[in-house]
Ligand binder design. Structure first.
Ligand code: ZN
Length: 72
């Protein structure tokens, strides 16, 4: 049996249905990024349910912040 651990927190993922893939990449490709622009490309293949929840909730928080700034 293959043991899969979360690449973020290291927790053992016992159920494959609780295993997530997280990825972020430039829409135009890394080769055409502006000079000095940080390359945020990131792919994490094995993420546990808890970390996936945290990442999802954090992105939702960012969206909420954006919505509030538009209202003002
Ligand atoms: Zn994790």
């Amino acid at each position: 049996m293959t043991r899969t651990t979360c690449d973020i927190c290291g927790k053992l993922i016992t159920d494959n249905r609780e295993r997530w893939l997280v990825s972020i990449q430039s829409a135009v490709g890394v080769n055409v990024l502006k000079y000095g622009q940080k390359n945020c490309e990131l792919t994490i293949c094995d993420v546990c349910q808890d970390c996936a929840d945290s990442i999802y909730n954090y992105v939702q928080t960012l969206k909420t912040t954006l919505d509030k700034s538009i209202e003002v």
